[in-house]
Design a protein around this ligand. Structure first.
Ligand code: ADP
Length: 274
């Protein structure tokens, strides 16, 4: 994602089927069942280098399951997933950063030790890792609690640590499942801005799952809308606003409101059908 450069189209344009040979992350015709019950059907998404995708959809439509499948936590029934050239589930497990809804901080490690975990797993030296953690910790507002244990932190602070830990490693793909769900409105907006700043110069392919349509439009280059039973994609909405650097001030902009209303209509229609 490049803040302030919205006039440049997404670096990797996708086809209508969501397939694109130049994508950094390519999800092709993925299906997934829980105990023979279809949960995902024929899901295809491609995400380019530096592109930020948001997924919205009704509760239970399979958004978290989709991230579990992409990350390699779950094996799909059908379809293929390629992440930066890696195709097997095990390869992806080690190369994709994934922030799940529960923060999963290790209770026996300090905030600093939790934050540098992803770097450690990639073989970085502790001294260098600590330096990288400290730089971002200031930005994420957790520099003062680096020596604390997770149990000493509020839910919102724990989530900041988990977000920092997910963003820090140089993994090409970043998956975020409702990363701001536990935060109050002010912290939420603050962390959204920090995330945008941190990813500004990044080449990562990012997928964010959120129930918040405004958040999806504020953060993403493209909003993917899902429907249920089984989970499938019904629309991909490109977010093209005049100047992304002012995105956060755009909540009353006519184009912003048009996108928001179009996406909410798609979600409402599904609610009335169910
Ligand atoms: P979302 O993230 O869109 O709210 P989920 O991916 O969490 O949806 O769930 C999709 C569907 O899969 C739901 O119907 C849910 O009940 C079902 N599900 C989730 N986890 C399991 C599981 N471990 N076993 C069986 N069904 C599950």
């Amino acid at each position: 994602m490049k803040v302030g450069s919205s006039k440049i189209p997404s670096k990797t344009a996708s086809t209508e089927s969501g397939l694109n040979s130049g994508a950094l992350l390519q999800v092709s015709e993925v299906g997934f069942d829980y105990a023979n019950l279809p949960i995902l059907d024929n899901v295809s998404i491609s995400v380019g280098r530096g592109e930020f995708i948001a997924i919205v959809g009704p509760s239970g439509c399979g958004k978290s399951t989709l991230l579990n499948v992409i990350s390699g936590v779950l094996q799909p029934r059908s379809g293929t997933i390629t992440s930066d050239g890696l195709v097997t589930r095990i390869e992806r497990l080690g190369s994709i950063s994934y922030l799940q809804q529960r923060d999963l901080l290790l209770p026996w490690r300090t905030v600093a030790e939790n934050s540098r975990l992803g770097l450690e797993l990639r073989g970085h030296k502790t001294l260098n890792s600590n330096k990288s953690v400290l730089e971002l910790a200031k930005q994420f507002g957790i520099a003062d609690v680096l020596g604390h244990m997770p149990w000493q932190l509020s839910g919102g602070m724990r989530q900041r640590v988990a977000l920092l830990r997910a963003v820090l490693p140089e993994n090409p793909v970043l998956l975020l499942d409702e990363p701001f769900g536990a935060l109050d409105a002010i912290s939420r907006r603050q962390l959204q801005r920090w995330l945008v700043e941190v990813l500004d110069t990044s080449e990562k392919a990012v997928i964010l799952v959120t129930h918040d349509v405004e958040e999806a439009i504020l953060l993403a280059d493209r909003v993917v809308v899902m429907a249920s039973n089984p989970g499938h994609i019904i629309s991909e909405v490109p977010v093209v606003l005049d100047d992304r650097s002012y995105k956060f001030d755009l909540v009353t902009d006519p184009e912003f409101l048009r996108l928001k209303s179009a996406i909410i209509k798609m979600l409402d229609t599904q609610e009335s059908v169910r």
